[in-house]
Design a protein around this ligand. Structure first.
Ligand SMILES: Cc1cc2nc3c(=O)[nH]c(=O)nc-3n(C[C@H](O)[C@H](O)[C@H](O)COP(=O)(O)O)c2cc1C
Ligand code: SF4
Length: 479
């Protein structure tokens, strides 16, 4: 595993630099949602220094590093695009991977022209699964058409959204699918070097993936035309934002970069760079093997294909599920999750803390990028955290803003200085005080209008969605 030579100023940015993970309890939002199930463990998590968000064990929250069990895993799509090897319990030997369908897509891709591969991904309708839902084919074309002697491919395995653990299981159980996908994408866009940036909180994924890279190198998959290195993070949610991630890989302080230039033109070390999420890439071998039309036949409206959903421990059947876009959130709650195991549903946080809270009255909304956006929420990376009626919204919002304040990269003043103020005010409301509505809106408006990245903007949108969807409860917040 590669360690980065960091500038001294960069080192202080990280929360877990030099911190052993053993004995830590998770302070992520899924564990907060389930705090009543194990109050002592949650108290340990919330009083812990440094706090840790999140261990990717949201199916067993409140969780810690000493207890982990395998979650329920299920495929509810007409075609299982992503989870076959995960359902089989994991394929961590290259020989076993090749004995199944593994490697067939790479062999097919090697007989195709790069442009054919780009067109294939364009036609499939695949959109980035890291959160933004940007069309993957458009990014591939933007990098492929750059004339540069060196291009990079970066895998974003930071999976920072509390409540998500899908990338974790793809990395731990299907590492060769990801390596195969990276090789195909590199061929399509002309990249010769690659990095996988993995969050520190996933030590098993690091171990499995490092071993898979060794096997892939020995087999000649990596090394000559393209090489891929694993880089472990040191505890920073913001490093999942792609430009911060590139700065982290360069050993610089991982602040968000201004755009333009787009990273497809000037990304890592100033070279054209393709950045993709783990799940996005893991879809590619299936598309190559089965064709773009077969993939595009799955899903709904402009959201084609399948999506992994991570359901938290408040559901009766928490776990990792592959579904087609287009099912309703009510189906997610009832058919996949089996309803809540305690309390009644107060709201669903889909796609992480930057993506709003869906009230029960809107559960007929479909899992679709555009339908979710229309209600002020998002598909995000597919984390689904159920909150029960034991969670007052002020407590939830204070928790979200504390997380937001801690993880701000510090580049924009309303995010750097405004989010801690908002966290404090929300905490005061949770303790029974009231605040001035105008002041609150002024802080949120500044955050929404001036944030350079989706972190500050997302926090503001989260708060605005709460006000829109829960006007009755929020009435009691204000003077
Ligand atoms: C604050 C913030 C955190 C993010 N964290 C992640 C992350 O942990 N993993 C991820 O894949 N994308 C994350 N993203 C999205 C990335 O910036 C980027 O859009 C994504 O890696 C592109 O890959 P995709 O096209 O496959 O989605 C984050 C974005 C923001 C604004
Ligand atoms: S919005 Fe926050 S996290 Fe994003 S660039 Fe500005 S300060 Fe950094």
């Amino acid at each position: 595993m590669k360690s980065i030579q960091r500038h001294a100023a960069a080192h202080t940015f990280y929360h877990l630099a030099g911190v052993p993970l053993s004995g830590l309890a998770c302070g992520g939002l899924a564990c907060f949602a389930a705090r009543a199930c194990e109050p002592a463990r949650w108290r340990r998590a919330s009083g812990q220094a440094p706090p840790i968000y999140c261990l990717g064990q949201c199916y067993a929250g409140p969780s810690d590093t000493e207890h982990d069990a395998r979650p329920t895993i299920g495929c509810h799509s007409r075609q299982c695009v992503l989870l076959d090897n995960v359902l089989a319990g994991g394929v961590r030997e290259l020989t076993a991977y090749l004995a199944g369908d593994g490697g067939a897509a790479l062999a097919m891709a090697q007989r195709m022209a790069p442009d054919e591969l780009v067109r294939l991904v364009e036609t499939s309708g695949l959109r980035g699964r890291g959160g933004a839902g940007f069309p993957a084919g458009r990014k591939w074309r933007a990098v492929a058409t750059q004339a540069a002697p060196l291009k990079y491919l970066v895998v974003n395995a930071d999976e920072g959204d509390p409540g998500t653990f899908s990338d974790r299981f793809l990395l731990e159980d299907d590492p060769f699918c990801l390596i195969e996908a990276v090789l195909i994408a590199a061929q399509a866009v002309g990249a010769s070097r690659g990095y996988l940036y993995l969050r520190k909180e996933y030590p098993r994924a690091a171990q499995v993936f490092a071993d898979a890279l060794d096997q892939a190198r020995t087999a000649g998959w990596l090394g000559a035309a393209f090489d891929l290195e694993l880089v472990a993070g040191e505890g920073s949610y913001l490093c999942g934002e792609e430009t911060a991630l590139l700065n982290a890989l360069e050993g610089r302080r991982p602040e968000v970069r201004l755009r333009p230039p787009q990273i497809t033109e000037q990304g890592l070390f100033g070279q054209p760079t393709l950045v993709h999420n783990v799940e996005t890439l893991c879809t590619v071998p299936w598309i190559v093997r089965h064709g773009a039309e077969a993939y595009a036949a799955l899903g709904f409206a402009q959201s084609r294909g399948t999506k992994l959903l991570s359901l938290n421990s408040l559901f009766r059947r928490p776990g990792l599920y592959e579904v087609e876009f287009g099912l309703t959130l009510a189906d997610v709650v009832e058919e996949l999750g089996g309803g809540l195991r305690q309390g009644t549903l107060k709201g669903l946080m889909v796609g992480g803390p930057l993506a709003g809270l869906v009230p029960p009255a809107l559960l007929s909304t479909r899992l679709d990028y555009e339908e979710m956006q229309a209600i002020g929420c998002a598909v995000g990376h597919g984390g689904v955290i159920a909150f029960a009626d034991d969670t007052p919204l002020a407590e939830l919002a204070a928790e979200v803003f504390r997380f937001g304040a801690r993880e701000s990269c510090g580049k924009c003043t309303p995010c750097h200085l405004g989010t801690p103020v908002l966290a404090e005010r929300l905490q005061a409301i949770a303790a029974g005080q009231r605040m001035d509505r105008g002041d609150y809106h002024a802080l949120l408006d500044a955050l929404a209008a001036t944030s350079l990245c989706g972190h500050g903007r997302g926090l503001a949108e989260f708060a605005q969605a709460l006000e829109r969807h829960y006007p009755g409860e929020l009435q009691s917040w204000f003077n």
